[in-house]
Design a protein around this ligand. Structure first.
Ligand code: ADP
Ligand code: TYD
Length: 220
């Protein structure tokens, strides 16, 4: 079972890396599922539209529950079946986003409460590896606005919000050093991809019964 998740603040470059990894794995014969949060099922995409609607008034606890509702649906409808079918699942954001954005950004709940809550939401599913792309909030915002100058409801938050989110990610990485792999988001897209690939190849080598075809070079 391989569930690989990507985390970081908006504009850090994690979706670019999730896509690159997915293409690489598929080119090397792996069956994969790439999904994003919130999204990936009909219900979760509808919840996404509600959550990102710029002018909607959303209570912080309602926000926490809506992101989590979208996640429960995604796990049960797509992620678990894909894992059971032997696919590698790549998820662009997962519950660490909720700990960072709702827990720290909105100050809705403490990390201990959230940890047991996430356990209920995902029915105990924990990522095999989480790639945390770290980038300072000012650079991330500049990348984002160059890409698309309009802000959604979350992106409209100020610099202080994003500093709280980044600090929460930092604390999570300290707390879960075996699961969360930090990446310096200031590196080039290619350099980041190479680092992630090396780590995934090591995971594939360690996973019993998984044919190792990810690197190409070390395949029989
Ligand atoms: P996120 O998913 O974290 O919001 P994206 O992957 O969508 O971020 O990247 C945001 C923007 O930054 C895109 O225009 C993308 O091409 C660019 N970008 C991504 N990674 C890098 C990088 N390592 N260096 C420079 N620009 C990058
Ligand atoms: P998205 O456009 O997918 O942003 P990005 O490309 O940066 O991932 O929008 C998702 C937004 O929702 C993003 O601002 C992070 C936020 N979010 C939360 O606040 N909590 C969550 O649990 C998740 C999954 C996302």
């Amino acid at each position: 079972m391989l569930l690989l998740t990507f985390e970081g603040i908006d504009g850090s470059g994690k979706s670019t890396q999730a896509r690159r990894l997915n293409e690489h794995l598929q080119e090397h014969g792996h069956e994969t599922l790439l999904v994003r949060e919130p999204g990936g099922t009909e219900l979760s995409e509808q919840v996404r539209s509600i959550l990102l609607e710029p002018d909607l008034n959303v209570h912080p606890m309602a926000e926490l529950l809506l992101f989590s509702a979208a996640r429960t649906q995604l796990v049960s409808e797509r992620i678990r079946p894909a894992l059971e079918a032997g696919q590698i699942v790549i998820c662009d954001r997962f519950y660490d986003s909720t700990t960072a954005y709702q827990g720290a950004g909105r100050n809705v709940a403490n990390p201990e409460w959230l940890q047991s809550f996430h356990h209920r939401v995902t029915d105990g599913l924990v990522p095999t590896r989480t790639y945390l792309v770290e980038l300072d909030p000012a650079t991330a915002r500049a990348r984002r606005t160059e890409d698309d100058p309009t802000d959604d409801r979350m992106e409209a938050e100020d610099e202080a919000f994003y500093h709280r989110v980044a600090a929460a990610y930092d604390a999570l990485a300290d707390e879960h050093p075996a699961r969360i792999h930090r990446l310096d988001g200031h590196q080039s897209i290619d350099a980041l991809h190479t680092e992630i690939r090396a780590d995934v190849e090591a995971l594939l080598d360690a996973a019993p019964g998984t044919p190792h075809t990810a690197s190409g070079s070390s395949s029989p």
